[in-house]
Design a protein around this ligand. Structure first.
Ligand SMILES: [Zn+2]
Length: 127
């Protein structure tokens, strides 16, 4: 309640509730995306049969479907990250970077509950 001072502390309870809120968000987005995907899948195909040899590319629905599918894949990755973060929150090292064991940083964890490494290690990681 009296949360006037800028809290430099993140409790594990707060962290978990952040994760829960994030999971709710992602689950909801995922559900919407899946509905949109299904709608496209049913309205999008005309003459179902016949092998398409990548010929029906002019079909905007196919492009949209691909886009939605990659969004779904992204959200699923986020869900996995949330699950991993929840598991970490059961351990004493929940605020520690998985790479260097240093602190991830309260503000960073608060803003990004799925973060599993500190800024330095994150920056070093090249995709
Ligand atoms: Zn680190």
């Amino acid at each position: 309640m009296a949360d006037t001072a800028k809290t430099a502390k993140l409790t594990v309870a707060k962290h978990r509730s952040n994760l829960e809120a994030l999971r709710d968000d992602v689950t909801e987005r995922l559900a919407r995306l899946e509905v949109a995907y299904d709608e496209l899948a049913t309205t999008g195909d005309d003459v179902g049969a016949g092998d398409d040899e990548g010929g029906s590319e002019g079909d905007g629905a196919a492009v949209e479907r691909d886009r939605i599918r990659s969004l779904i894949a992204e959200e699923q990755l986020t869900l996995e990250a949330i699950t991993a973060a929840e598991e970490r929150s059961q351990t004493r090292g929940w605020q520690q970077c998985v790479v260097c064991d240093g602190p991830i940083g309260v503000e960073r964890l608060d803003a990004l509950p799925t973060a599993d490494r500190c800024v330095t290690c994150k920056a070093r990681q090249s995709w």
